[in-house]
Structure formats: C-alpha cells, structure tokens
Design a binder for this molecule. Structure first.
Ligand code: MG
Length: 263
C-alpha cells in the first residue's frame, strides 16, 4: 500500500494512493483516498476518491527527527577515502530540512559545493526504544525515497556535519510511503538531468535496515513518523542552479526535485 500526504486547497491530509500506471508513476487512472487523522493506526478512509493528478503531493511525513547513517555503502566509503565504520555512524538532520516532491533545493550562500545523495528512507510507525533486530518489522510503517543533500565543502572543513547536512531544503522526501517492501535487494539510482549519477543496490549496505533501526533505537527513542536514512551508494556529485535531480528506488517510485540558488 502507498500512503501519501496531500494538499487540496488549504486542507492537508494523509491519503492512500492507488492505481499507478505501468511505469509506477501517477497516471490518468491513479486515485487518492483521504484517511482520517494519521497513518499510524488502522487506516480509516474518509470522503471520496480523487484523481491523483489533481492534488498536490507533499512530503509524505513530517518527522520529529531524521537520523542518518554515514558511509553505509562500501563503494561510497571508498570514493570518500574513508575507512569502513565498525558500527553504524549516525548523525542528525533537522526536521526543518524536509521538502516534498517537485519542491526546490536552495543552494546556500555559505557553500560552494552541494552534492546529492540518493538514499532509502525508513519511516518509523510507532513509539519505540531498544528494539531487538527480530522485532524491527513491527516498528516500521514503510519506506520512501530521500536525498541527503550535503554541502561537501563544509562537511570537510567543519569537522562535524551539522551545518553541511542541515540547511533548509536539504532533505527532500517522497513521493509517497510504500508499506509493503522487501528492502534486501532494491536498485537505487539518481539522475541529474538525463545523466545517471548513482546506480547502487540496497543489498550492498554495510548495515541493513533491521540492524540500523535496532542500533539507533538503543541510543534514542524513535517516534511515529521519524525518518532513518540508510546511506548512499557511490556516484555523489554536484548540484547547480537549474538542475533537476531524481532519486529512484525500485518498488517505491521516483522523487523529483529542482535546484536553485538560495537568497
Ligand atoms: Mg548520506
């Protein structure tokens, strides 16, 4: 099942998205059915189905926090000249960095080198702490695409990553949450314009989804809607004003964002 967040005029709601076209995109037959309240309990449809192409898709969730894993693909650690982590390397992005599909990444004045990082995002479905690996499926609502946008120059000079990862618009999420997904082997790609930049597979993660959720939950309580980013494969590269950047994950969909110079 696909859960999205939609705006109809000034009204925002979660909704179930159905009947995608053969390529997994929203087509003329696609519909959204709004649900009551939030998606963390039994879903209760309200109102009537609407043509999906007539509503605006928002970021599919507004998390209380975004916990990210660094250097979780061997080939990306190599391209960064990094040693492999012995345990998951975690950092935070602020929730104010979230934007939705088709929104614009703003390049900040403080940086001269901003990179895209295509990542599988885990969406937490319930309040949890100290989750054993075998119980991780119980606490996951689903998965979406993310772009861990990074000011690479500031990441190198600052010595820690808060500023480099934390600018407004630096966490595009979407286009929706897929609740039924086996993440063991999914193609993950990014394009800038028509240029293929990243082409990886989740099977090459150093720490898998269950290990990541269990590890992070030993450190901090996770709340419904929290996002965990699982790291990026090799091929990260620069974004410049006028670019379109696509993050596509097999079984989920295609997250499209645009790039502009910030104010
Ligand atoms: Mg990353």
């Amino acid at each position: 099942m696909r859960i999205c967040r939609i705006a109809i005029g000034d009204t925002v709601s979660f909704a179930i998205l159905d009947h995608l076209d053969d390529s997994g995109q929203i087509g003329s037959d696609s519909i959204v059915v709004p649900i009551q309240g939030h998606p963390f309990a039994e879903l209760e449809p309200v109102g009537t189905a609407l043509p999906a192409h007539e509503v605006k898709l928002l970021a599919p969730i507004l998390p209380s926090k975004i916990v990210c894993i660094g250097k979780n693909y061997l080939d990306h650690a190599v391209e960064m000249n990094s040693e492999l982590p012995q345990e998951p390397l975690i950092f935070l992005k602020p929730n104010t960095s979230v934007i939705g599909p088709e929104e614009t990444i703003l390049l900040p004045r403080q940086s001269n080198l901003v990179h895209h990082e295509a990542e599988l995002a885990i969406v937490i479905g319930r309040f949890c702490k100290d989750v054993p690996i075998e119980r991780v499926p119980e606490v996951i609502l689903g998965y979406t695409c993310a772009n861990d946008v990074t000011a690479r120059d500031l990441q190198r000079t600052d010595g820690q990553w808060t500023r480099a990862k934390g600018f407004d618009t630096f966490c595009p999420l979407g286009p929706w949450i897929e609740t039924d997904l086996n993440t063991n082997s999914l193609a993950i790609t990014s394009y800038v314009g028509s240029e293929l930049r990243q082409s990886g597979n989740t099977k090459d993660m150093i720490f898998n989804v269950a290990q990541i959720v269990s590890f992070v939950s030993e450190c901090m309580t996770l709340l419904p809607g929290d996002i965990l980013l699982t790291g990026t494969p090799a091929g990260v590269g620069p974004l410049v004003p006028g670019d379109q950047v696509d993050v596509e994950i097999e079984g989920i969909g295609n997250l499209v964002n645009y790039v502009s110079a910030g104010e």
